[in-house]
Design a protein around this ligand. Structure first.
Ligand SMILES: Nc1ncnc2c1ncn2[C@@H]1O[C@H](COP(=O)(O)OP(=O)(O)O)[C@@H](O)[C@H]1O
Ligand SMILES: N[C@@H](CC(=O)OP(=O)(O)O)C(=O)O
Length: 572
C-alpha cells in the first residue's frame, strides 16, 4: 500500500470560517510591569488596566463593527484616494540600522505613493524571543538576565536606536515624535521572562505575547527614525487598531470585523492628521480572550494584504531579501530564478505547500479584493520582482515553481470492509475533524485512502502531545480500517499549468525514474495549479534539484516537442 500509486483530486482542508461575530469586549492594553515578582504571569496577562488609547481603540472597533453591519461606507472618497498602497518589509529588510535607513530611503523614493508601512521584527528577533522563552522555562528566575538571547535583543535594539540617533526612552520627558519608547518594552520583556521562569511553563498564549515585543519595538524605532528625517510617521500596534482574530494562539485567523475596524482607524487618523502609518505585522487580538495573538510565522504578509483589502488600496507590496518568488527554494538549489507573474491561486498553493517566501493565508484578502501583490527585493529594488494577479497569460506556461514540504506524516488507510461501502470517507474525515487535525494531500480509491497531515498544525504542539495524538488518530481509524503510518515523507508540489499535466507528469516521472525514486502518492489539486508527489524525506532535495534542471534549465521548446497535445488556457 505504501508504494501504491494513486491519482485523484486533492481535497483541500476546509478553510477557517470567518463568520463569527465580533465580540466587542474591552480591548486590553499590554500589562504594566509587575510591582513584585510574586505573581502568576498568566493572570497578569489578562488582568489589565484599560489605558486611554485602549478605550479609544475599543470605541473605534465597536463603531467600525456596527458601521460594517449597516453596510454603509462612511469614508469619503477624497480620503480614500490618499493612501495608495501598503509596503511590507520583512525581518531581513529591517535587520539593522543600516537596513532601516535604506528602507526609509526606498519608501521616500516613491514620491507619488502614500503608503502604509508594515514591519516585521528586526532580523531573527522572533526566533531569539522564542529561544529566550524556552530557556526561561528551565533556567530559574535569578538567571533570566543572563539568557544570551535576551542580551542579544537588548543590544540589537539599543544599538540600532543609537545608530539611527533616535531616543530610546522618553522617560521623564515629553514624548517627542522622534522618540522610540521601546526601553519600557525591554524592561517588560525581562519581567515576562521572569514570569515564565517562575511558572516553568510557556503556553501558546504567553508565546504570542512574548514574540509580540519584536514587532512592537521595530516599528517604534522605525517610526521615530522616519520622523527624525522629516517624514511624518505614526506607529500603530495592530492589536490596538482592530486586527481581530480567532483565539488560536500562534496561528490565529483574521476575522471579518477587522476590515472596517482597521479602515476606520487608519483613515480616521490620516484625515485628521496625515502621517505615514507604521504598523506592526504578525500581531492581532483574540476576539474572546482580548489577548495578543500571532498570525503564524511569516504572518506580516497577511497583515499587509489585510490592510490592502481594508483600505481598498491599488497595490500591496511585500519586500523580501530575494528577487521575488523563485522557481524553487534558493536554499535547496541556488540556481532558482525569479518568476515574473503568478496568479493568486498559484501563489496561494505555493505558500500553502511550504514556500517560505509568502504566508500561506496571505493571498486570501488580496484575492477577495482583487488587489495585485508585488513581491520585491529590498536589497535590489531595481529587480522587477513577481507580480501576483487574478489571471495571467498561461498559453506558454508549463511549470512555475517547485515547492518542498519536509517532515510530513502520511497515512494509508484501507477499509476493512469490501467494495461499495458507503460512509467510509466520511468516517475517516470526521475522525480528523474531531481531533482538530487538518489534512494536506489526499488520494482515494473506493476502499482505501492515502493522505498527509498538515505539519504546521500538528507540529505546533508539544512533541509528547504530537506522538500521543498520532497514536490516537491511528487508534480511532483502526476501528474501521487497516492503518499504516509513514513518517519522514516530503511533499514535492509542482505548481504550474495543470492543463498540461500529461507533459508535466511525463517529464517529472522521467526525472524521478532516472534517480531511482519511487513516488508513494500523487495528487492533482482541484485548483488546477498543483500536482503533489510524495517521496521519502532523504530523497526529496535531490528530486527538487533534478526537477529544476529538467523544467527550468531546458529549452521550453524541448518540453513542447515532447508534448503530444495540450494548449494552455488563461487561468482566471
Ligand atoms: N520559492 C521561493 N521563492 C523565494 N524565496 C523562497 C522560496 N522558497 C523559500 N524561500 C526563502 O524565503 C525567504 C524570504 O522569505 P522571508 O524569510 O519570509 O522574508 P522576509 O523575512 O523578508 O519577509 C528567502 O530568503 C528564501 O530563502
Ligand atoms: N517576525 C515574524 C513575522 C514575520 O512575518 O516575519 P518575516 O516577515 O520576517 O517573515 C516571524 O518571524 O515569523
Amino acid at each position: 500500500m505504501a508504494n501504491a500509486l494513486q491519482f485523484s483530486a486533492t481535497v483541500q482542508a476546509a478553510s477557517p470560517v470567518f463568520s463569527k461575530r465580533m465580540h466587542c469586549q474591552s480591548l486590553r492594553h499590554r500589562p504594566s510591569p509587575p510591582l513584585n515578582y510574586n505573581y502568576n504571569y498568566n493572570l497578569l496577562a489578562t488582568s489589565l488596566v484599560l489605558s486611554k488609547r485602549s478605550r479609544r481603540a475599543l470605541k473605534v472597533s465597536c463603531e467600525a463593527a456596527s458601521f460594517d453591519l449597516l453596510g454603509t461606507n462612511k469614508i469619503d472618497n477624497e480620503a480614500e484616494k490618499k493612501i495608495t498602497c501598503v509596503m511590507k518589509f520583512g525581518g531581513s529588510s529591517v535587520a539593522s540600522a543600516e537596513r532601516m535607513r535604506e528602507v526609509a530611503e526606498l519608501i521616500l523614493s516613491f514620491p507619488n505613493e502614500r503608503p502604509v508601512i508594515v514591519l516585521s521584527a528586526m532580523g531573527k528577533t522572533t526566533n531569539k524571543l522564542l529561544l529566550a522563552g524556552e530557556k526561561a522555562v528551565s533556567c530559574g528566575v535569578t538567571n533570566v538576565d543572563s539568557i544570551e538571547e535576551l542580551s542579544f535583543i537588548k543590544e540589537l535594539h539599543y544599538r540600532t536606536a543609537k545608530e539611527l540617533e533616535v531616543d530610546e526612552s522618553p522617560h521623564g520627558q515629553v514624548e517627542t515624535s522622534h522618540a522610540a519608547p521601546f526601553a519600557e518594552h525591554l524592561e517588560e520583556l525581562e519581567q515576562l521572562l521572569k514570569g515564565i521562569a517562575m511558572m516553568k511553563e510557556l503556553t501558546p498564549r504567553t508565546r504570542d505575547y512574548l514574540v509580540s515585543f519584536g514587532e512592537c519595538m521595530s516599528t517604534r524605532i522605525f517610526a521615530a527614525y522616519m520622523n527624525k528625517i522629516g517624514a511624518k510617521a505614526r506607529q500603530y500596534d495592530a492589536f490596538e487598531i482592530g486586527f481581530i482574530t480567532t483565539d488560536d494562539f500562534t496561528n490565529a485567523d483574521i476575522l471579518e470585523a477587522t476590515y472596517p475596524a482597521v479602515a476606520k482607524s487608519l483613515h480616521g487618523d490620516w484625515i485628521s492628521d496625515p502621517a505615514i502609518p507604521i504598523v506592526t505585522g504578525f500581531l492581532g487580538k483574540g476576539w474572546r480572550s482580548c489577548a495578543i495573538t500571532t498570525l503564524g510565522r511569516g504572518g506580516s504578509d497577511l497583515t499587509a494584504t489585510t490592510i490592502g483589502k481594508a483600505l481598498g488600496l491599488s497595490e500591496i507590496q511585500v519586500w523580501k531579501d530575494v528577487d521575488g518568488v523563485l522557481t524553487c527554494d534558493p536554499n535547496i538549489y541556488p540556481h532558482a530564478e525569479p518568476v515574473p507573474y503568478l496568479t493568486f491561486d498559484e501563489a496561494a498553493e505555493l505558500a500553502y505547500f511550504g514556500a517560505q517566501v509568502l504566508h500561506p493565508q496571505s493571498m486570501r484578502p488580496a484575492r477577495e479584493a482583487d488587489i495585485p501583490v508585488r513581491v520585491k527585493n529590498s536589497y535590489n529594488p531595481n529587480a522587477p520582482g513577481t507580480l501576483i494577479t487574478r489571471a495571467r497569460d498561461m498559453s506558454k506556461a508549463v511549470l512555475t515553481s517547485i515547492v518542498l514540504k519536509r517532515n510530513v506524516t502520511m497515512l494509508d488507510i484501507a477499509s476493512t470492509r469490501m467494495l461499495g461501502q458507503f460512509g467510509f470517507l466520511a468516517k475517516v474525515f470526521s475522525t480528523f475533524e474531531d481531533l482538530g487535525i487538518s489534512v494536506d494531500v489526499v488520494a482515494t480509491s473506493e476502499v482505501s485512502i492515502s493522505l498527509t497531515l498538515d505539519p504546521s498544525k500538528l507540529w505546533s504542539r508539544e512533541l509528547i502531545q504530537q506522538a500521543s495524538e498520532l497514536d490516537h488518530v491511528v487508534e480511532e481509524l483502526e476501528k474501521i480500517a487497516v492503518v499504516n503510518l509513514l513518517q519522514r515523507r516530503s511533499i514535492i508540489s509542482l505548481i504550474g499549468n495543470v492543463q498540461r499535466s500529461s507533459l508535466i507528469l511525463e517529464k517529472a516521472f522521467h526525472v524521478l525514474r532516472t534517480l531511482g525514486v519511487n513516488v508513494q502518492m500523487i495528487s492533482q489539486g482541484a485548483s488546477k495549479v498543483n500536482i503533489s508527489l510524495i517521496v521519502n524525506d532523504d530523497e526529496a532535495e535531490q528530486c527538487v534539484k533534478s526537477l529544476h534542471k529538467a523544467f527550468f534549465e531546458t529549452d521550453i521548446s524541448e518540453l513542447e516537442w515532447e508534448c503530444v497535445s495540450g494548449n494552455g488556457s488563461a487561468s482566471t
